[in-house]
Design a protein around this ligand. Structure first.
Ligand code: NAD
Ligand code: UDP
Length: 311
């Protein structure tokens, strides 16, 4: 049994991670400021003896004794990270400094939930870890993209300068149960619109692509990375290489929900990446990891969750 801190533990990914770590017999401290996460995601864990919840904003220092830290705290949906962009950058940068300082003091291993957004609007396809990215430093997505890039810089500098034991995961679009109905990301938006029989809003012409990973697969990858060999730092892509256009995703969700919703095309978003697909050769070889859930199966699970939640 390890004492493990999960920042952002009440969010979409964090809640699944807390649950899986508890199931593996660990002692889990979940820290969250509830900006986008919610107690409903972790309420079912509250009675378990080795689960502890702390309301805290990681832009402020934290003094706890733990052996591993998963640093997930940060709004991930463009709608939410652009709501208070200064706070988003602070969460990524000050939050990373605080969590790395904690890891240094207590000699904990620390994993950063980085993102495919460090590649920006990529000029190489699929994206490999050695691609340094194509990112606008001054646009509406920059608070998140550059914040996450700076966090990676801090992780590697703490590693080189202070010998902190780091692991950096670059997570690609992930979906599944526990997403908030107002999360604002594409899968939850489309499913909620389809279940309400409302128009499905597509930004741009719908030819832009993403590659969607089911949450259970992603969480397995994060834990394998945390448990990987000493000295293996990443960065490492974690995602599902199955790529799909946003218009095709909308059609698929209409079909799977049996909805009568129509597609409604809106102006494209500023700096919206046109394509995104992870190259996961490194994850396959170093972690023996690859996703197993087909998009249709993962969407069925997610639709069932939203049906329950909206009822
Ligand atoms: P989410 O918004 O559901 O969860 C983020 C959690 O962090 C929320 O519970 C929120 O309240 C909390 N939080 C935000 N700012 C905080 C702060 N200053 N202090 C303490 N808690 C704070 O998002 P998610 O999808 O679960 O993403 C989790 C992490 O994974 C994020 O760091 C995100 O950047 C990264 N990520 C996610 C995806 C994805 O597709 N889900 C893709 C790439 C990277
Ligand atoms: N998108 C869309 N309609 C929505 C939400 C998103 O067409 O209601 C598009 C968005 O423009 C982008 C893609 O879906 O091209 C993925 O958006 P999301 O916010 O889920 O994630 P990210 O852009 O960060 O990958």
């Amino acid at each position: 049994m390890k004492k493990i801190l999960v920042t952002g533990g009440a969010g979409f990914l964090g809640s699944h991670l807390c649950e899986k770590l508890l199931a593996r017999g660990h002692d889990v401290l979940c820290v969250d400021n509830f900006f986008t996460g919610g107690k409903q995601n972790i309420a079912h864990l509250a009675g378990t003896p080795y689960f502890e919840l702390m309301r805290h904003d990681i832009t402020f220092p934290l003094f706890v004794e733990v052996e591993q830290i998963y640093n997930l705290a940060c709004p991930a949906s463009p709608v939410h990270y652009q709501f208070d962009p200064v706070q988003t950058t602070k969460t990524s940068v000050h939050g990373a400094i605080n969590m790395l300082g904690l890891a240094k003091r207590v000699k904990a291993r620390i994993l950063q939930a980085s993102t495919s957004e460090v590649y920006g609007d990529p000029e190489v396809h699929p994206q490999q870890e050695d691609y340094v990215g194509h990112v606008n430093p001054i646009g509406p997505r920059s608070c998140y993209d550059e914040g996450k890039r700076c966090a990676e810089t801090l992780f590697f500098d703490y590693h080189r300068q202070h010998r902190v034991d780091i692991k950096v995961a670059r997570i690609f679009n992930t979906y599944g149960p526990n997403m908030h109905p107002n999360d604002g990301r594409v899968v939850s938006n489309f499913i909620v619109q389809a279940l309400h029989g409302e128009d499905i809003t597509i930004y741009g012409d719908g030819t832009q692509s993403r590659s969607f990973c089911y949450v259970d697969d992603l969480i397995d990858g994060l834990i394998l990375l945390m448990e990987s060999a000493d000295g293996f730092t990443g960065p490492i892509n974690l995602g599902n290489p199955h790529e799909i256009s946003i218009a095709a995703l909308a059609e698929k969700i209409i079909a799977l929900t049996g909805s009568k919703s129509k597609l409604s095309y809106k102006p494209a978003l500023t700096d919206d990446p046109k394509q995104r697909q992870p190259d996961i050769a490194l994850a396959r070889s170093r972690l023996g990891w690859q996703p197993h859930t087909e998009l249709d199966d993962g969407l069925r699970e997610t639709i069932a969750y939203f049906r329950r939640r909206l009822a």
